[in-house]
Design a protein around this ligand. Structure first.
Ligand SMILES: [Zn+2]
Ligand SMILES: [Zn+2]
Length: 211
């Protein structure tokens, strides 16, 4: 029976089971709202008053033991093993916690859009999965907020800044072959891709000089 109760929020949206994600007002109002997944709704009062919700918290990177790292996205949250019971009154509204893949495919990211690619163990500060693919010369996991360009030979992704390129110039590239692919393959070093890369670099330099 409890599973069928929904909490009517200010406005039109209501929170339903299972697994709706919500923003909950922080007691310190200078902080952004907490992100949580509603696990169960418990109506304590007889007339639907004092509705309490059992939630599973999402942690923001700065709330985790390791803190925010460069590869964490602005809208990244970790599904924690930290459960709580909260008053439904603190629910500010619904939000969407996307998978990493679906987040990267969003046409536009709104205030209520987040993504989650890690579970977080709050007691030990450890993550599941504890290993993640890394890219670029800097060997960093992918931060979906950062533009990266893909090498057409090895398929690795690179930050423009890590290969001495501006974001503006990287966006203009029609083809890209990374340094190690052009170096490893002698034939390729002589071909037009290398020439293209060199002329791109010259363009970047001349633009810099002009400024
Ligand atoms: Zn990099
Ligand atoms: Zn490559």
């Amino acid at each position: 029976l409890l599973a069928q109760i929904s909490v009517d929020l200010i406005g039109s949206s209501s929170v339903r089971l299972p697994g709706d994600c919500v923003l909950m007002r922080a007691s310190d109002t200078s902080k952004p709202p907490y992100v949580a997944r509603v696990e169960a709704i418990e109506a304590a009062g007889s007339r639907g008053t004092n509705v309490r919700v059992r939630v599973r918290w999402y942690y923001r990177p700065e709330e985790s033991m390791g803190g925010r790292r460069p590869f964490h996205g602005a809208k990244e949250v970790f599904l924690s093993d930290h459960y709580d019971v909260q008053s439904a009154d603190t629910i500010e509204g619904k939000c969407n916690v996307h998978s990493f893949r679906s987040y990267t495919k969003l046409d536009s990211v709104n205030a209520e859009d987040f993504f989650c690619r890690f579970e977080y163990k709050s007691a030990t500060g450890s993550f599941v999965p504890d290993r993640i693919a890394v890219f670029c010369k800097c060997e960093m996991p992918y931060n979906p907020d950062d533009l990266m360009i893909q090498c057409e030979e090895c398929s690795d992704w690179f930050h423009p800044s890590c290969i001495g390129m501006t974001i503006k110039d990287a966006k203009k590239l029609e083809h890209f072959f990374c340094q190690s692919c052009t170096a490893e393959n002698g034939k390729m070093a002589e071909n037009s891709h290398e020439a293209t890369a060199q002329s791109e670099e010259k363009q970047v330099e001349s633009k810099r000089r002009r400024r």
